[in-house]
Design a protein around this ligand. Structure first.
Ligand SMILES: Cc1cc2nc3c(=O)[nH]c(=O)nc-3n(C[C@H](O)[C@H](O)[C@H](O)COP(=O)(O)OP(=O)(O)OC[C@H]3O[C@@H](n4cnc5c(N)ncnc54)[C@H](O)[C@@H]3O)c2cc1C
Length: 224
């Protein structure tokens, strides 16, 4: 899996701080933006977001490319609705050679790995045969969830925060958790103040999972 932060809002923290300050000022945001100092933007964002005024960070957006991930992962990802997606098409891109993601649990168990690989081989054998008689868009129905794909996702900072809360939690499946952790790392590099406290709920207080809690706060994900 590869996660690349393709693009993000230039000067996101100053922009969000200026937008937030414009709510309380007689001056327009264009003038406020010029006055917002780099160092002070973070303090202001902390203050308003801490007060529950989360809409101000919706002005910053981040575009990631997730490459070599499974269709299982992308199915979970696209459930996050406040986002834009562009995914490699199985209608226009034929997948004649087997290309799939093997979960870690399967990889580490020789018996499971054997069963898994046999199933992949059979699926692709059927796909290749079907692709000679029907369009690939119909042949693809026999391909598995494990099938490799690429997807581009754009989320604003508020939605990314929500995504990180759910998907860096140990309750999320391992593959999407890994993707979310890599995305969090990149988002923190781009906007350290906005994403400083982002991550699973256990980084900020009590785990909301109740009886399903893993009981192991993910302190390793704390921003240093
Ligand atoms: C560990 C885990 C297990 C899961 N298991 C299942 C499962 O078994 N079956 C299943 O179907 N899904 C499952 N999901 C997916 C889950 O139910 C959500 O669909 C997914 O996490 C997207 O989150 P969301 O709906 O909060 O937020 P997003 O779609 O990212 O939206 C963000 C927020 O915007 C608001 N919002 C968005 N759309 C609406 C709307 N239409 N109306 C009102 N408010 C809205 C909500 O406040 C929402 O939290 C699971 C997710 C996780 C993390």
């Amino acid at each position: 899996m590869k996660v690349v932060l393709l693009s993000y809002t230039n000067d996101a923290e100053r922009l969000c701080a200026a937008a937030a300050r414009s709510c309380y000022s007689p001056d327009p945001a264009s003038e406020i933006l010029e006055d917002v100092e780099e160092g002070k933007a973070g303090t202001f964002i902390d203050k308003v977001v801490g007060m529950g005024h989360h809409s101000v960070i919706e002005h910053a957006s981040y575009t990631f490319s997730l490459e070599g991930v499974s269709r299982s992962l992308t199915h979970q990802l696209v459930r996050h609705r406040i986002a834009s997606y562009s995914q490699q098409s199985q209608r226009y891109v034929s997948l004649l050679e087997p290309d799939y993601v093997t979960p870690e649990t399967v990889r580490s168990d020789p018996e499971a790995k054997k069963v898994f690989e046999e199933a992949m081989e059979k699926a692709w054998e059927a796909y290749q045969k079907l692709a000679t008689v029907v369009p690939v868009e119909d042949a693809r129905y026999v391909l598995p969830n494990a099938c490799t794909t690429n997807i581009v996702v754009t989320m604003n900072a508020r939605e990314l925060w929500h995504f990180f809360t759910l998907r860096t939690c140990r309750r999320a499946q391992q593959e999407i958790r890994t993707a979310a952790e890599l995305m969090l790392k990149e988002a923190r590099k781009a906007s350290p103040t906005i994403f400083r406290d982002a991550g699973p709920a256990c980084l900020r207080g009590k785990c909301p999972e109740g009886k399903l809690s893993c009981g192991k706060p993910r302190t390793e994900l704390r921003f240093i």
